[in-house]
Write a protein that binds this ligand. Structure first.
Ligand SMILES: Nc1ncnc2c1ncn2[C@@H]1O[C@H](COP(=O)(O)OP(=O)(O)OP(=O)(O)O)[C@@H](O)[C@H]1O
Length: 274
């Protein structure tokens, strides 16, 4: 057991299912992300989200972000909890959508302006430019930024206009090793900005993502008693991993630990089975 304590929910999914034209994509998904309090540390948390290609990860992310109404079930966010509405949850997709005709500073001002009065929005946008090491690029347009700079800008933009939850879709794909380290640093930076900040990482890069995560979700089909796959994917209780309680929350050198290596092998096996 860790000495973490678990407080109010930051995100709750209840009985989520999704069908498109009668095809069941998701079913029976219920889970809570609780505010985790760690002794002596003010830190948010990271959730790693896995599943085979085409299983329904993007669909679930759009439901969590309030962008797609589920066929059944509810998504609740914030404290006190309330049904999610678009804009509550930041969603950084692989293309890092920014307004191309606006400078970096303007992009962040537009985002901050959705939640704050102009003076406060300006102060927040300036603060994020500094925190994300983008201040010297403030007058550049997105096309003039490097891939990593654009990604940092997209994360800053989503953080400025959302509540504490942010979903990153494949943040490591197509990046070189130095850039992956940079993105890892940003994710840790985001979680240390605020105790309630929660970053959900959708990724096929199991080792990098698991090393950063406090919780893992594995989305896949389940089999019935006769061994037949039940239509639709779910995140069963056994596929909601609490890494802190397993002694595998983020720490330096974690990827070299035998328990970590074993966990990655186990995850691969579980994903292969689905
Ligand atoms: N609007 C839609 N109408 C019909 N089917 C859809 C719609 N959106 C998604 N689907 C289907 O839902 C399934 C899950 O798609 P989704 O994009 O969520 O997969 P994924 O797990 O994110 O895959 P990948 O890892 O390849 O990105 C797919 O079979 C897809 O065709």
């Amino acid at each position: 057991m860790s000495d973490y304590t678990y407080q109010e929910p930051i995100l709750s999914l209840r009985d989520i299912s999704m069908q498109f034209g009668g095809e069941v994509i998701l079913r029976d998904i219920s889970l809570d992300v609780l505010n985790v309090v760690r002794p002596g540390v003010q830190q948010g948390q990271v959730v790693g989200f896995y599943g085979r290609s085409g299983i329904g990860k993007s669909v679930l992310c759009r439901i969590i972000a309030g962008l797609l109404p589920p066929t059944t079930g509810t998504v609740q966010v914030a404290n006190p909890q309330r049904p999610v509405v678009p804009g509550d949850v930041g969603f950084v997709q692989q293309r890092y959508p920014l307004f191309n005709h606006r400078t970096l500073l303007d992009n962040l001002l537009v985002a901050a302006g959705r939640k704050h009065a102009p003076a406060e929005a300006k102060a927040r946008a300036e603060d994020f430019l500094t925190r994300f090491d983008l201040a010297q690029h403030r007058r550049k347009y997105p096309a003039m930024l490097s891939g990593g700079q654009r990604q940092r800008a997209a994360i800053a933009q989503q953080l400025l206009c959302s509540e504490h939850l942010i979903i990153l879709d494949e943040p490591f794909s197509g990046l070189d090793i130095a850039m992956i380290d940079e993105v890892k640093k940003i994710i840790m930076e985001v979680t240390t900005l605020d105790e309630l900040n929660t970053v959900v990482i959708v990724s096929h890069d199991l080792a990098t993502t698991t090393a950063l995560s406090d919780t893992l979700w594995l989305l896949g089909p389940e089999r019935d008693a006769a061994g037949q796959c039940v239509p639709g994917a779910t995140i069963s209780k056994q596929h909601q991993y609490n890494l802190a309680e397993m002694g595998l929350a983020w720490q330096h050198g974690i990827q070299a630990r035998p328990e970590f290596v074993q966990l990655i092998e186990h995850l691969k096996d579980e994903i292969r089975k689905t």
